[in-house]
Design a protein around this ligand. Structure first.
Ligand SMILES: *[C@@H]1O[C@H](CO)[C@@H](O)[C@H](O)[C@H]1NC(C)=O
Ligand SMILES: *[C@@H]1O[C@H](CO)[C@@H](O)[C@H](O)[C@H]1NC(C)=O
Ligand SMILES: *[C@@H]1O[C@H](CO)[C@@H](O)[C@H](O)[C@H]1NC(C)=O
Ligand SMILES: *[C@@H]1O[C@H](CO)[C@@H](O)[C@H](O)[C@H]1NC(C)=O
Length: 541
C-alpha cells in the first residue's frame, strides 16, 4: 500500500464511527472463506444523505471497481476482488467530513493440488542418512497443513508448517532416516492434510505416489584361496586353474559378479550362503611364452562397485630330462646318468648330492639295481614359490644266471608213487631257462612240473640255468623210498614162521627121544626078563 494512501486511511480508521448520528459505511458480506481462485464482488455502501460523499475499498488484495452509484442517501460501489491469499478488505466513506470504515477478513484456502515424494538416490548404503522430501504444491494456508510419511499404513513421521508466510503455496517436508537393511524394498508414500475444521470445512487429503526404498551393504570382497594368499598367482602354460572370489554383500540376490582374465570375460558360477557369495571360474592359460595377466573380480551392488585384482603369472616348466648312457647296462659296467632341466632350474638326482647342471652321475650297474627307479627332481624358483617337477626312469641291469641252495635245493627224498615237484629256479636278467638232467638215465626234467615218483627217479641230477649271459649248474640228489614197512612185516612173518617151525622141530625131537628111551628101557627090561627066564631055564633043565 503506498504511503500517501496509508496516511489517508489512518485518520479514517481512528475516527471510525466516531460521529454519532451519521450512517456508517457497510460491506455486504460476512467474513468469507473462499477457495483459491474464487472471485468476490464486494459492495461498499453508505446511506450518507449529503452530496459529495466519497467511498472506497482499501485492501492489499487485487481489486477492480465494477460499478458505482453516487446518490445522496444511497451511495454504493461494487469491487471485484480475486484474493490470492488471505487478507482483509476495508470499506471507507467520508460523509460530511466524518470518516467511517468497515473491515472484513477474507480467508483463502487451497486444497493440496499435488503431492510428490522425492525418493533418495536409488540405493542408500546401510548406516548412512538419507532424506525423503515430500513436496506439496498449490496448498494454503500452510499453517493448517500437515505432511505425514507412511510405510504402508505405519506412520514414519510428520511435519507441520506453522509460522510460514501465509501466501506460500508450496511446502516441502524433509524426513531424515538412517538406512537399515530392513528398509530395503519398503514402499513409502506421503500424505498432505489440510485441516480447516476450525473454519467449518472438512479436511482435505492428498497422497503421493509410493516410492520403493533400496538399501545395500558392501562388507567385503576378496580373492578366495584355500591355500596361500600371495600377491601373484602362478599358472603353468597349457593348464587350467580354478579361481574364486568372495563377496559379502546385501542384498546378495542383486549383486552382480564379473570376472575377467587379461580383459576377457570368464564364465562363472556363483554360489551363495546368506550375504556371502562366491564366484568361481576356471582360468586357462594358452601355451606360449611366460607372461603376466591381470585377473579381475568385480562385484556391483546398489550404487557401489568394487574390484580386486590379481596378477597371474603364466610360466613354462617342462619336467626335467633324465638320460641314461645305457638303457640296459650289463652288471658291473658304468652308466652315466644325467638330469637336465630348463635354464634357471636346478636339478637333483635322488640319492645323490647336488651336482652342477648337466654333469652326469656315474653308477656301476649292480644286480640289485635291476628295476630300481631313478628319480630326477627339478626346482624352479618363481618369486616366493618353489616349483618342483620329477622325472623317473627305471633301470634294467642285465646279469647272468644265479642259483643258490635256496633257489635249487640239492637233496630230495621222495616216496615212491607220490607226486612231487623238483624245485629249481634261477635268477637273472634276462630270465634264465633251467633244465635238470638225470646223470644215469640221461632223462631231462623240467623243474617246477609235477611228476609221479618211481624208483627210477633215484639218482643225481645236473640242473643247468642258462641265458645269453652264461650258464651255472647245481647237482641235485634224489632218493626214492619204497615200501620198507611191508618188507619188515614179511621178514617178521618169515622169522615167526621160522621160529614156529623151529619150535615144532625141537618138540618133535624131544618126544621121539623120549619114546626111544622108553622103548629102550622096555627092550632092556624084556632082555633082562628073557635073560632071567633063560637063566632060569638053564638052571632048571
Ligand atoms: C449495493 O448495496 C446497496 C445497499 O444495500 C443496494 O441498494 C445496491 O443495489 C447494491 N448494488 C448492487 C450492484 O448490488
Ligand atoms: C543421521 O541422522 C540421525 C538422526 O536421524 C542423526 O542423529 C545423526 O547424527 C545423523 N548422522 C549423520 C552422519 O548425519
Ligand atoms: C661317462 O662320463 C664320463 C665322464 O664323466 C665319460 O668319461 C664317459 O665316457 C661316459 N661314459 C659313457 C658310457 O657315456
Ligand atoms: C644232502 O644232505 C646231507 C644230510 O642231510 C648232507 O650231508 C649233504 O651234504 C647233502 N648234499 C647236498 C648235495 O646238499
Amino acid at each position: 500500500m503506498p504511503l500517501p494512501q496509508l496516511l489517508l486511511l489512518l485518520p479514517l480508521l481512528l475516527t471510525s464511527g466516531a460521529e454519532e448520528g451519521l450512517p456508517s459505511v457497510q460491506i455486504d458480506l460476512k467474513d468469507p472463506v473462499v477457495k483459491l481462485g474464487t472471485s468476490l464482488n464486494i459492495n461498499c455502501s453508505s446511506l450518507c444523505p449529503y452530496a459529495n460523499e466519497s467511498l472506497g475499498l482499501e485492501t492489499s488484495l487485487q481489486k477492480q471497481r465494477l460499478n458505482k452509484q453516487e446518490l445522496p442517501g444511497n451511495y454504493w460501489m461494487v469491487f471485484y476482488v480475486t484474493p490470492e491469499r488471505s487478507g482483509s478488505v476495508h470499506c471507507w466513506a467520508n460523509c460530511n467530513g466524518t470518516q467511517t470504515s468497515s473491515t472484513r477478513n477474507i480467508t483463502v484456502y487451497a486444497p493440496p493440488e499435488h503431492v510428490e515424494l522425492m525418493p533418495p538416490p536409488a540405493w542408500v548404503p546401510v548406516g548412512k542418512n538419507y532424506t525423503l522430501d515430500c513436496q506439496v504444491l498449490g496448498v494454503m494456508p500452510l499453517e493448517n497443513l500437515t505432511v505425514t510419511l507412511f510405510q504402508g499404513t505405519q506412520e514414519l513421521g510428520h511435519q507441520d508448517f506453522l509460522g510460514k508466510p501465509p501466501d506460500t503455496q508450496i511446502a516441502t517436508a524433509t524426513f531424515t532416516f538412517t538406512a537399515r537393511r530392513e528398509d530395503h524394498g519398503a514402499n513409502v508414500s506421503c500424505q498432505a492434510e489440510l485441516d480447516l475444521r476450525r473454519l467449518g470445512l472438512n479436511p482435505f487429503y492428498r497422497h503421493s505416489a509410493s516410492v520403493q526404498l533400496r538399501t545395500f551393504q558392501f562388507k567385503s570382497l576378496h580373492w578366495f584361496n584355500s591355500t596361500v594368499l600371495n600377491d601373484s598367482w602362478l599358472l603353468e602354460a597349457g593348464t587350467a586353474k580354478s579361481v574364486s572370489c568372495e563377496a559379502e554383500v546385501f542384498p546378495a540376490g542383486e549383486a552382480q559378479f564379473h570376472l575377467s582374465l587379461g580383459g576377457q570375460k570368464l564364465n562363472l558360477t556363483v554360489t551363495g550362503n546368506g550375504d556371502r557369495l562366491k564366484a568361481e571360474a576356471t582360468v586357462w592359460a594358452e601355451e606360449g611364452p611366460e607372461r603376466e595377466l591381470d585377473l579381475n573380480c568385480t562385484v556391483a551392488v546398489g550404487d557401489e562397485s568394487r574390484t580386486v585384482h590379481k596378477n597371474l603369472i603364466i610360466y613354462n616348466f617342462p619336467p626335467p630330462e633324465l638320460i641314461l648312457s645305457e638303457q640296459n647296462p650289463v652288471e658291473k659296467t658304468p652308466v652315466n646318468v644325467s638330469c637336465r632341466a630348463q635354464p634357471g632350474a636346478s636339478v637333483k638326482l635322488e640319492g645323490h648330492p647336488e651336482k652342477l647342471p648337466g654333469e652326469p652321475v656315474q653308477l656301476i650297474a649292480r644286480e640289485e639295481d635291476d628295476g630300481r627307479i631313478l628319480s630326477c627332481e627339478a626346482t624352479l624358483s618363481l618369486g616366493s614359490e618353489q616349483l618342483v617337477k620329477h622325472q623317473n626312469v627305471q633301470l634294467h641291469v642285465l646279469y647272468g644266471p644265479r642259483m643258490n641252495a635256496s633257489d635249487c635245493p640239492g637233496n630230495w627224498t621222495w616216496l615212491e608213487g607220490t607226486e612231487q615237484v623238483l624245485h629249481c629256479r634261477a635268477r637273472g636278467n634276462p630270465p634264465p631257462t633251467v633244465q635238470c638232467v638225470h646223470a644215469g638215465i640221461k632223462d631231462t626234467f623240467l623243474p617246477e612240473t609235477p611228476l609221479r615218483v618211481t624208483r627210477a627217479h633215484t639218482g643225481t641230477y645236473r640242473c643247468t640255468a642258462s641265458s645269453q649271459l652264461g650258464t651255472v649248474a647245481r647237482d641235485v640228489i634224489v632218493k626214492v623210498d619204497f615200501h620198507e614197512l611191508n618188507v619188515t612185516l614179511i621178514t617178521v612173518l618169515v622169522l615167526m614162521f621160522a621160529a614156529v617151525t623151529a619150535g615144532l622141530g625141537v618138540a618133535g625131537y624131544l618126544y621121539y627121544r623120549q619114546q626111544r628111551i622108553r622103548r629102550y628101557e622096555l627092550k632092556k627090561a624084556q632082555e633082562q626078563a628073557a635073560l632071567r627066564s633063560s637063566t632060569l631055564q638053564g638052571l632048571r633043565p
